[in-house]
Design a protein around this ligand. Structure first.
Ligand SMILES: NC(=O)c1ccc[n+]([C@@H]2O[C@H](COP(=O)([O-])OP(=O)(O)OC[C@H]3O[C@@H](n4cnc5c(N)ncnc54)[C@H](OP(=O)(O)O)[C@@H]3O)[C@@H](O)[C@H]2O)c1
Length: 377
């Protein structure tokens, strides 16, 4: 079925958001609206369940469309924020229609022909004004984005030899329905009646209110490593082009609505003084140092919620390591908190699009800057 107004000039050069009704999709719409992309240029796409509904866009709303063969006609950019299967099936269709695809799912992240990008880290893997090789750029997993953004200044200044990381991950990392599940299980634990008709449906294998449990992704029976931990290892190695870097993660879900926390111990290649480590982090891109020992104030998910920057703090040398004769340490402990729906997904995708030149940093993209040439699939 043709989409309403698709051929009008206002609908040309559209930005398609696939999965617009989800946790990441809504965040994407918020960022696009805040950056001045006009409503007429936004095509909000979701599953058949949502077709015909309206979704907030800026001060108004947009109608939700279904995904079909004509979904990407006239689109310069298609951001996918649905499941990996939907991306595998429909991203090539979007590319063939002339759009650059930025994919939030895991579908293409480890594909050697698809760049895996965190702009603060490896933006140089993309060229402004040039389509990526297969027309697709992958957004890394949210935990990975927060980790590499937090550590990139240390990697550049001192090199990184190994990483130990324990995560405390918000439920919204599992999607919009998981937010409802935490609220609902909390209400029920407090003896407050639930109003959800699907209150029996569980996203998580354990009750998430007042609980902490190992990440809900599947555990490899042979290695004991779960899917989230495997993503952090493989994606970090790809982004930094360090295929043998030792990364030891344990990923855990906590009853927080939004923003992941990561307790990181990083082993630097070169020993460093606290002054130099602090200076490197303070000058890092996309970071904010929150480190007040006297007041015991450090990054928290509540303070990271809704922010673009990753909060980094609780910085200290590993107390188990003796300093060298110049007072330097190789092993450093820190806490990082990042809004995984924002920098961990939607914002990172928008930054990639801006870097490619398919989305202006502010306002409407001039016609001349828009990439029209379909990329080879
Ligand atoms: N949540 C995070 O923190 C996060 C962070 C980084 C990456 N990601 C990745 O981003 C993607 C989206 O995650 P999410 O948390 O936003 O999930 P979500 O809240 O469950 O939203 C999923 C979205 O996909 C849509 N959808 C489902 N099947 C579809 C289909 N066949 N065709 C078109 N649309 C379809 C849903 O539409 P309906 O509403 O109509 O069902 C909904 O809009 C996932 O691949 C996830 O791994 C998530």
């Amino acid at each position: 079925m043709p989409h309403e107004g698709r051929d009008s000039s206002a609908r040309r050069n559209c930005v398609a958001v696939v999965g617009a009704t989800g946790a990441v999709g809504r965040e994407l719409l918020g960022i696009l609206a805040a950056r001045g992309v006009p409503r007429e240029q936004v095509r909000a796409i979701a599953s058949a369940n949502s077709v015909g509904t309206s979704i907030k866009y800026g001060d108004g709303s947009v109608r939700v469309l279904g995904l079909d063969a004509a979904s990407f006609a006239g689109c310069r950019l298609a951001v996918f924020a649905a499941d990996a299967q939907t991306s595998r099936r429909s991203a090539p269709i979007a590319v063939a229609a002339g759009a650059v695809v930025i994919d939030n799912s895991s579908a293409f992240r480890l594909d050697p022909g698809v760049p895996l990008i965190v702009p603060e880290v490896n933006a140089d893997a993309l060229e402004t004004g040039t389509k990526p090789p297969r027309g697709i750029v992958a957004n890394p997993n949210c935990t990975t984005i927060i980790l590499v953004t937090a550590l990139e200044p240390l990697r550049r200044a001192f090199g990184i030899g190994a990483i130990d990381i324990a995560t405390y991950q918000a439920v919204s990392g599992a999607g919009a329905a998981a937010i409802d599940e935490l609220l609902d299980t909390t209400r029920r634990a407090l003896g407050i009646e639930s109003h959800r008709s699907d209150a029996h449906v569980s996203i998580f294998p354990e009750p998430c209110a007042f609980n902490v449990f190992s990440h809900d992704s599947a555990v490899n029976p042979a290695t004991g490593v779960n899917g989230e931990e495997q993503k952090v290892i493989a994606e970090t190695r790809k982004i930094w082009n360090t295929p043998t870097l030792r990364i030891t993660p344990i990923c855990v879900r906590v009853p927080v609505l939004r923003a992941h926390t990561e307790a990181i111990t990083v082993t630097l290649s070169e020993p460093a003084t606290e002054h130099d480590v602090r200076a490197a982090l303070a000058a890092g891109k996309g970071l904010q140092l929150v480190d007040d020992r006297a007041a015991n104030r450090f990054p928290t998910p509540r303070n990271a919620d809704g922010r673009d920057d990753i909060l980094v703090g609780r910085l200290r040398p590993d107390p188990g390591e003796m300093p060298d004769t110049q007072g330097r340490h190789r092993r450093w402990c820190l806490l990082a908190c990042g809004d995984q729906l924002r920098k961990g997904a939607a914002l990172n995708a928008v930054q990639i699009a801006e870097g490619l030149g398919v989305l202006p940093r502010l306002g409407v993209l001039p016609e001349t800057q828009i990439l029209h040439s379909p990329a080879p699939v």
